[in-house]
Design a protein around this ligand. Sequence first.
Ligand code: SF4
Length: 290
Amino acid sequence: MKVISITPRGFCYGVVDAVEAVKRIASDPKTPRPIYILGQLVHNRHMVERLAQYGVISLENSANRLDLLDQIDHGTVVFTAHGVSPRVKERARAKGLTCFDTTCPDVEKTHVLIRRLVAEGYDVLYVGRKGHPEPEGAIGEAPGQVHLVQDVDDLDRLALAQTDRLAVTTQTTLSRWDTESLIARIVERFPNAEVHTEICQATQLRQEAAVRQSAEADVVFVVGDTHSSNSNRLVDVVRDQAKRKVYLIDGVKDIRPDMLVGASTVAVTAGSSTPSDITREVIRFLAAYP
Ligand code: SF4
């Protein structure tokens, strides 16, 4: 089987920095134990299992960071690359926990933008995915003044106290194609809205490469976790923009023979939270496939 290994793919700098920070914290005997991560450090099961080997506990049985924090009464807490709200930071400090913040600088940039806009009297429409930790943290900068909009239905339902000062911003891991159409609808309804697209460069480069480099492939595999926003958006852009048949797989074990019937060329990419050895294993398996 001919395999196109799409590049860039896999770990972004925000994930690399967060993982390295947790390994450093866990290797330091002075770090108060136990060490908890508030949610999954990155949305990938393999990474969560690997971090557990460092003695780090990932709390992930609730989507709400404040609820997760209630489960901790001593030790260390790590905030994930997705960012957290100011309330979460305040409560962690009030509990006397040692805090480490691995928020990606690109996410922090959106928080800074929201704080500035809100201070200037704007209401902010935040285009993002419900139930994902990144919108939870960003909206937590000013609940009541930042409004989550996932789709046109949310936009239609939106009732705002004022529309003179409106701004739009986005989750970092969305697809620019989906986001553009929703933002166009927002601007149609609120022509004076100020638009700040915050999709990060790592996400954009991976999506554009996936669309361009999968053009010759009969089938495309995105290696990533079903909970990973950027992995799911890679699937969307390959299906909707490149018009290719595409599967989201966790690893080699998810590849079924029926996925490859009639295929002579496949392309492989990976979400920014997928460890590279998992993706390399998929590439090796497909290259050896008859
Ligand atoms: S996907 Fe973008 S925003 Fe998210 S951690 Fe990576 S670089 Fe940062």
